[in-house]
Design a protein around this ligand. Structure first.
Ligand code: WT7
Length: 669
């Protein structure tokens, strides 16, 4: 995953106007359903209101929350880019996500429908959640955790993950989640950088029908230098593995410590700028960046965007965000957004294809999910498995579909709407980042006429645009770099322990503008299309071509389910386009002329310059656990290099598989 935002491109547009014109040929439009538009939480008027008084608009959104001390100041931008939002306000995040709903008489409402991968289930009402969070908060206090101490959380997708996060928030201890699929090394680096005092983990979790151990990685991580300050390891029993190593005096079972606590705990308010969490995001080089988020501004924007973008009706909706809590999507749209809004939601532990490829659709049917938020990679996997699988389930409860994480190619967008949304649900393509904390660019389901493939316009109160190399806003119909031109409430406050890196990475490329690191273009209507990381743009014979566009062209061919494109160094053309494709269920990789057919298809869609030099059908693509294609590794393969770091890969055998297949592809040149 390329996350270095300091890279620069050559002169001119990021994307050649020739290929731009081609992508903008997408002409399908979908108006919001009339009923939804009439009842929508947010109408077009919000854009006007926010434009007239941006800070007033956010001050109004802050009133969605319960403050112990109401803020009188909205934004302090006297020391840019170090923002303070609602600085004189005080609140408790866990109180806002749990207790206040119970106080409002909603204690019996289901907060979480948990579905374990093996099929075990658990329901937590808001009243139960309040008791669980209180017990966990009391347990952390017993372990000596004080406000400001960092707690590392390394858990599977089980209710204790949500409970732990809220317990930390409740006592003002910033959490640092480390995705359960990360190695001991990755965990050690993150524990070290945040100087965590406690680690919350489990014996293991279920993945693909098998228990997968977690505790051994913690034990190993804690042998590494820089982790000495971890005093306690709190261990949830999930899988019941027997061979678990135990360090007396350090390790303690959740069921011993937490279950014995009082279920009463009085939350105390913290300053709006009190740290809420650190979440690490990888860079192309160097150590991961600890993205720091704080309390009042973060919760304001997350609560508002969850209400606006998903049109949440807490009395009737069942929300399901399929992300892992270890990613920012899980932080914002499993934990803080839905719960601050008093939603009922689904939490699912496992993979979409365990024990069968219809598992997700079975869950939608079982819980009557009304709003589904997932990633393009999952949608493309479902496309690959076949239309007949979702067709076996009753998905009629769904009313809004969301997408996040990478550009969604128009074919996947249209498939999602048609096969999951029965051709009637709006699809909202939401652009944002770990750094932005919450959704920034997205259609509004009751307002926007949607365009497959485009995230469209900044939300009310958000200022985003596309600029050229010289920081000038591009005209409609042109491409460049996505920038955010005004501070926003859920923005990162800094990189943990490294203010200079915060300045260098995000605020130095363009003066007074936040550089997101993504290429983007504006179409003739001024709508924004995301083109992927700028370091994912290829230079082919003097033309800048975005990997996303070529991938999108490949996936629009009926035989292709998924594609990953990289630029490999080439003596003639600077870079040569190299494509790795996963074929749809019924297509045959050995079919005569297939590669030529795909090349011709791309040539027709985007122009001859964009034809991949090599196309390699593969069974799987190397992805991070958040579903991002690791182009860096594919470039290593395409350039016959030894592979770089594979520790963040979901399944490292994928690369071995691809490498053994490579010679066959070279003969296609
Ligand atoms: C990067 C941020 C946002 C939560 C998950 C990822 C890409 C994200 C979209 C979208 C096109 C998207 C961007 C962004 N991205 N959403 N709707 N369309 N690209 O968080 O790991 O911090 O990654 O994901 O490249 O910069 P993240």
């Amino acid at each position: 995953m390329a996350r270095d935002t300091t890279g620069t491109l050559g002169k001119g547009d990021v994307v050649s106007n020739e290929s731009l014109a081609n992508l903008l040929k997408e002409e399908r439009r979908f108006a919001p359903p009339a009923g939804l538009a009439a009842e929508a939480n947010v109408s077009a008027e919000a854009y006007e209101r926010a434009k007239a008084d941006r800070l007033g608009f956010w001050a109004e959104q802050a009133r969605r929350l319960s403050w112990e001390t109401e803020p009188t100041e909205t934004l302090d931008w006297s020391n840019p880019p170090f923002a303070k939002w609602f600085a004189d306000g005080r609140l408790n995040v866990a109180y806002n996500c749990v207790d206040r709903h119970v106080e409002n008489g909603l204690g019996d409402r289901v907060a979480i429908h948990f579905e374990g991968e093996p099929g075990d289930t658990r329901t937590l009402t808001y009243a139960e959640l309040q008791r669980e969070v209180s017990k966990a908060a009391n347990a952390l206090i017993e372990l000596g955790v004080e406000a400001g101490d960092r707690v590392a959380i390394y858990l599977p997708m089980i209710p204790e993950a949500v409970v732990s996060m809220l317990a930390c928030a409740r006592i003002g201890a910033p959490h640092s989640l480390v995705f359960g699929g990360f190695s001991a090394d990755a965990l050690a680096t993150r524990i070290n950088d945040a100087d965590a005092r406690v680690v919350i983990t489990a014996d293991g979790g279920y993945r693909r029908g098998k228990p997968s151990a977690l505790k051994p990685a913690v034990d190993e991580a804690l042998t590494r230098p820089g982790t000495e300050n971890v005093r306690s390891v709190l261990v949830v029993r999930r899988t019941g593995q027997e061979d678990i190593a135990w360090t007396d005096g350090r390790d303690v079972w959740w069921h011993d410590l937490v279950e014995s606590q009082s279920d009463q705990h009085t939350p105390q308010a913290f300053d709006a700028e009190h740290p809420l969490f650190i979440l690490y995001t990888s860079g192309t080089t160097g150590k991961p960046k600890g993205i720091l988020h704080t309390t009042g501004g973060y919760l304001t924007q997350i609560s508002y965007t969850h209400h606006a973008v998903f049109d949440l009706k807490p009395e009737t909706d069942v929300f399901w965000c399929t992300a892992d809590v270890g990613w920012v999507t899980g932080h914002s749209y499993i934990v803080y957004g839905p719960l601050s809004n008093g939603a009922t939601e689904v939490l699912y532990e496992g993979t979409p294809d365990s024990p069968h490829q219809g598992r997700w659709w079975e869950i939608v049917q079982k819980y009557g999910v009304t709003i589904l938020y997932t990633a393009p990679t999952a949608i493309r996997a479902a496309m690959k498995w076949g239309d007949d699988i979702p067709a076996k389930f009753d998905l009629s409860s769904l009313r809004i579909l969301g997408s996040v994480g990478e550009p969604i190619n128009p074919e996947a967008w249209v498939w999602y709407r048609k096969h999951i949304g029965a051709g009637r649900t709006p699809v909202v393509d939401t652009w944002w980042q770990t750094e932005t904390g919450g959704i920034m660019i997205s259609p509004l389901p009751g307002v926007t006429e949607t365009k497959p493939g485009s995230a469209q316009i900044p939300l009310p109160g958000i200022a985003a645009t596309v600029v050229d190399d010289d920081a000038r806003e591009v005209a409609n119909g042109h491409g460049g770099y996505l920038v955010l031109t005004e501070p926003w409430p859920s923005m990162l406050r800094t990189i943990w322990g490294d203010d200079q890196r915060y300045l260098d990475t995000y605020w130095s490329r363009f003066e007074h503008k936040y550089f997101a690191g993504d290429g983007a273009k504006k179409d003739d209507d001024g709508d924004i299309w995301l083109l992927g990381r700028v370091d994912d743009v290829m230079l082919v014979s003097g033309h800048n071509i975005s990997t996303t566009e070529v991938e999108s062209a490949l996936v629009s061919h009926p035989k292709v389910a998924e594609a990953a494109v990289v630029g490999a160094t080439d003596p003639q053309t600077t870079q040569a386009i190299c494509a790795f494709v996963i074929l749809r269920g019924d297509a045959d990789a050995n079919e005569e002329g297939l590669v030529e057919e795909l090349r011709a298809h791309v040539g027709k869609q985007l122009g001859p310059i964009a034809k991949p030099k090599r196309i390699l059908p593969v069974a799987e693509l190397p992805k991070t656990r958040s579903g991002k294609i690791m182009r860096r590794l594919l470039r290593d393969v395409a350039e016959n290099r030894t592979l770089g770091d594979v520790t963040t890969l979901t399944d490292s055998s994928v690369m071995t598989l691809i490498q053994t297949q490579l010679p066959a592809a070279s003969s296609e040149d």
